[in-house]
Write a protein that binds this ligand. Structure first.
Ligand code: NAI
Ligand code: MG
Length: 490
C-alpha cells in the first residue's frame, strides 16, 4: 500500500526512524455494496463513489451511493426484523449478540485500527488506543444492559421505539457507529445507519462483523452515500427515531425536517470548548492537556478545546511552553506510530481550516504555527494557535474543526466564566487548577454537557455526552443514552 513520504518534523530537532504499522493483514475490497437485510447488495442507483486515503490522495475503494429506493429497502428490512425477531427476542439473547460484536471488534482490532487510519487520516496511535477499544467498550457496556432495562429504569415500564435512522460524521467513524448502534440494539430497536462519505470503510467492516456474529438479517442495515442519502433516511416515514452527529448547520436542517412528525431525535452537533487555566494549575500538566485538547485527531473533534483562557499572571509561561511543545509534534504518515498529527480528513476540510488561518490574521490575531515540512501529497495542516484575538473574532466564535487554537487571557474567575460561556455552543469545557472549590464552581457555571477537570478529552461508555444550545440536544452514553432509544410501554 502506498505511503506518504516520511515526514518530519521540526528543523534542528531530533528525528525518529519510521515505525509504520503493518497493513498486510488488512483486506479492503475494490468495491462495496450496501449492507441490507443481512447481505451486501448492489445499489439500485447503480452509482458508486470513491473513498480515498487523505494521506496519499489515492483511492481505497469504490463505495455504493444509496438513493431513496435503497433507503426504502433498508427501512423495510429493518421494520421486518423489528416486528419479526429483534423487537420480541428475549433480551438476554439480544445481549449475547451484542457481546459477540464487542468481542469480534477486539479480535479484529488491528485491522479496524489500520483501516480507520487509512480511510480517515487519524494517527494509528489514536485509532489503536482510543477509537477501536472505546468502540468495543460501548458494545460491551450496552450488551450488559440488554436484559436489565428494568433495573436501569426502576418503576418504569419501557419498550423500544422501532426503527432508528442514524447518520454519523467522519471524525470518529467506527466509534460513532458504536455509540449509535450499541444502545439502539440493546433496547430492541433495529437500525439503518449511514456513515460519512469520506470514511465509510470501518462501518462496512463492522457490517462484516455483524454478519459473522449471526445477527438476524435486517437488524442492522448500513447504507453509504452523501448528504442526500442522509436526508432520505431522515425524511423516511418508516423511521421512528433519528440520531445524528455532525455539523450544526445540518443539525438544523434535520430539526426542521422532523418538526411536526412524531419521530423522536437526538442531535450531537458542533462545539467551541473553553479550556480554562488558572495560575495555580500544574502548568506542565495543563500544557499537555491543552495539546491533547486541540491537536488530538487533527482537531477534528466536536468537543475539542479550541478556545484557551489563561490567567494573566501565567499567560506568558503557558504560551511559551505551548509553543515549544507544539514544535515537537510530528505531523505525517497516519500509520506511523510516532505520528502525533495525521492527515486532515478531506480537501474540503483543509481548505476550510486554511481559510480560518487567513481570517484570524485579517482580524488582527497573531498566528503561531509549528515549522517543519509536510508531505507533498495528501492534506496536512501544521498545528497552530492564535494570540491577540478577542471575543468577537470569528476564530474565537466559530468551529474550525482543525488543529487551531485561539488563546485569550483573564484576570478573575468571573471574567473567565463569562468569556467561556460567550459562545453559541455548549458541548464541553475544561478547567485547570489545584483548588477543588474552583473546579466545582466552574463546572457548575460553564454551560456545557461535559466539563473535564485537570484533564481533557476523556471518554467512557458509562458517562453521558451531549450539548447545550447549538451543540445539540439529547445525550448519548450511559443510562441517558439508553433512555433515548426507549418509550413508555406496557
Ligand atoms: P456534515 O454535517 O455535512 O456531515 C455529517 C453527516 O451528515 C455525514 O454523514 C453527511 O453525509 C450527513 N449529511 C449531510 N447533509 C445531510 C442532510 N441534509 N441530511 C442528513 N444527513 C446529511 O458535516 P461536514 O460537511 O462533513 O463538515 C462540515 C463541518 O461540520 C466541519 O467543518 C465541522 O465544523 C462540522 N462537523 C462537526 C462534527 C461534530 O462531530 N460535531 C462532525 C463533522 C463535521
Ligand atoms: Mg476516505
Amino acid at each position: 500500500m502506498a505511503r506518504p513520504e516520511n515526514t518530519l518534523a521540526f528543523d534542528g530537532g531530533w528525528e525518529y526512524d519510521p515505525a509504520p504499522e503493518a497493513t498486510d493483514h488488512v483486506h479492503i475490497a475494490a468495491r462495496y455494496g450496501l449492507f441490507i437485510d443481512g447481505e451486501f447488495v448492489r445499489p439500485a442507483t447503480g452509482r458508486y463513489f470513491d473513498t480515498i486515503n487523505p494521506a496519499t490522495e489515492e483511492r481505497l475503494a469504490r463505495i455504493a451511493r444509496a438513493g431513496t429506493e435503497d433507503v426504502d429497502k433498508a427501512v423495510a428490512a429493518a421494520r421486518k426484523a423489528y416486528s419479526g425477531v429483534w423487537g420480541r427476542m428475549k433480551p438476554a439473547e439480544r445481549g449475547k449478540y451484542i457481546f459477540r460484536i464487542a468481542r469480534m471488534i477486539q479480535e479484529r482490532a488491528r485491522e479496524f485500527a489500520a483501516v480507520e487510519s487509512l480511510d480517515g487520516g487519524k494517527p494509528i496511535r489514536e485509532s489503536r488506543d482510543v477509537d477501536v477499544p472505546l468502540a468495543a467498550a460501548h458494545f460491551f457496556y450496552y450488551a450488559g444492559w440488554a436484559d436489565k432495562l428494568g433495573y436501569a429504569f426502576p418503576g418504569r415500564s419501557v419498550k423500544p421505539l422501532g426503527v432508528a435512522g442514524q447518520v454519523i460524521p467522519w471524525n470518529f467513524p467506527l466509534l460513532m457507529a458504536a455509540w449509535k448502534l450499541a444502545p439502539a440494539l440493546a433496547c430492541g430497536n433495529t437500525v439503518v445507519l449511514k456513515p460519512a462519505e469520506t470514511t465509510p470503510l470501518t462501518a462496512l467492516k463492522l457490517a462484516e462483523v455483524i454478519a459473522d456474529a449471526g445477527l438476524p438479517p435486517g437488524v442492522v442495515n448500513i447504507v453509504t452515500g452523501a448528504g442526500d442519502t442522509g436526508a432520505a433516511i431522515v425524511e423516511h416515514p418508516g423511521v421512528n427515531k433519528i440520531a445524528f452527529t455532525g455539523s450544526t448547520e445540518v443539525g438544523k436542517i434535520i430539526q426542521r425536517a422532523l418538526a411536526g412528525t412524531n419521530k423522536s431525535y437526538t442531535l450531537e452537533l458542533g462545539g467551541k470548548a473553553a479550556n480554562i487555566v488558572f495560575a495555580d494549575a500544574a502548568i506542565d500538566q495543563a500544557v499537555e492537556g491543552i495539546v491533547n485538547g486541540i491537536f488530538f485527531n487533527q482537531g477534528h473533534v466536536c468537543c475539542a478545546g479550541s478556545r484557551l483562557f489563561v490567567q494573566e499572571s501565567v499567560a506568558d509561561e503557558v504560551v511559551a511552553k505551548l509553543k515549544d511543545r507544539m514544535e515537537t509534534l510530528i505531523v505525517g504518515d497516519p500509520l506511523d506510530k510516532n505520528t502525533d498529527i495525521g492527515a486532515i480528513n478531506s480537501k474540503m476540510q483543509l481548505d476550510k481550516i486554511e481559510e480560518y488561518l487567513k481570517v484570524g490574521q485579517a482580524e488582527g490575531g497573531t498566528l503561531h504555527q509549528a515549522g517543519g515540512r509536510v508531505p507533498k501529497k495528501g492534506y496536512w495542516c501544521r498545528p497552530a494557535f492564535f494570540t491577540g484575538v478577542s471575543q468577537s473574532n470569528r476564530v474565537v466564535q466559530e468551529e474550525i474543526f482543525g488543529p487551531v487554537l485561539a488563546i485569550q487571557t483573564f484576570r478573575t474567575f468571573d471574567e473567565a466564566l463569562e468569556k467561556a460561556n460567550n459562545t453559541p455552543y455548549g458541548l464541553s469545557g475544561g478547567v485547570w487548577t489545584d483548588k477543588g472549590a474552583k473546579i466545582f464552581r466552574m463546572t457548575q457555571g460553564v454551560r456545557a454537557g461535559v466539563v473535564w477537570a485537570n484533564t481533557f478529552n476523556k471518554f467512557d461508555p458509562t458517562s453521558p455526552f451531549g450539548g447545550y444550545k447549538e451543540s445539540g440536544l439529547g445525550r448519548e452514553g450511559g443510562l441517558h443514552g439508553l433512555d433515548a432509544y426507549l418509550k413508555p410501554g406496557a
